[in-house]
Design a protein around this ligand. Structure first.
Ligand code: HEC
Length: 180
């Protein structure tokens, strides 16, 4: 692509870029003012972590829920009822003054935040994470413990038998009335 092409592409895309930027900016402000007291993108607070919410429900469902979750619960919306019960029937306040586009901008902000979250990409396994359990012999592992103890008993008996094999042989011959 030549320079002219790139310039044209940028000019053509700029309204789109501008729109999405404005979207998430507005979404961030709204989220902080209206939702952050109960919601975080990554963590559970009073309400669920909102990361991935756009994949859990259709956009239209989220808009209705944010505007008035309780009226959805009263009309028997199964998904709304399920999350309401999961959160011990804590009532999420209605936001009837938010217009659809404002809720969309909040969703866009949540999506952006979720994608920007740092990933756990350590180049080695973290201790206690992916490390194999190298201590099967522990008092908390009874089958292993019993197997080990039995193994040791068997080995000791075998050693005692081997050490005394001569005298045992002698005794057997004697009891058969043979001379050694
Ligand atoms: C007073 C606390 C509170 C505030 C403020 C609040 N919520 Fe909630 N939200 C909850 C609770 C609690 C739930 C769990 C469902 C229920 O109990 O009804 C919830 C559930 C949700 C869900 C469903 C999430 C899921 O994973 O099922 C969405 C979406 C949501 N809230 C969005 C918002 C948005 C957007 C705002 C801001 C405009 C907001 N909430 C403000 C408490 C709150």
């Amino acid at each position: 692509m030549n320079v002219k092409g790139i310039v044209l592409l940028v000019i053509w895309l700029s309204p789109v870029l501008h729109l999405t930027a404005a979207d998430t900016e507005e979404g961030k402000k709204l989220f902080q003012a209206r939702c952050a007291s109960c919601h975080n993108v990554q963590k559970k607070l009073t309400g669920p972590a909102l990361a991935g919410v756009d994949t859990r429900y259709p956009e239209e469902w989220i808009i209705r829920f944010v505007k008035s979750s309780q009226s959805m619960i009263k009309t028997g919306d199964a998904a709304a009822l399920a999350i309401f019960n999961e959160y011990n029937q804590v009532v999420m306040p209605d936001h009837p003054d938010l217009i659809d586009d404002q809720v969309r901008s909040i969703i866009a902000f949540v999506k952006q935040e979720a994608a920007a979250a740092p990933k756990d990409d350590a180049p080695f396994p973290r201790p206690g994470h992916l490390m194999p359990d190298l201590m099967p012999l522990s008092i908390y592992n009874f089958p292993f413990m019993i197997a080990y103890v039995l193994l040791i008993v068997v080995i000791v008996l075998l050693l005692v038998f081997l050490v005394n094999i001569k005298s045992i042989e002698k005794k057997m011959h004697e009891s058969n009335g043979e001379d050694v």
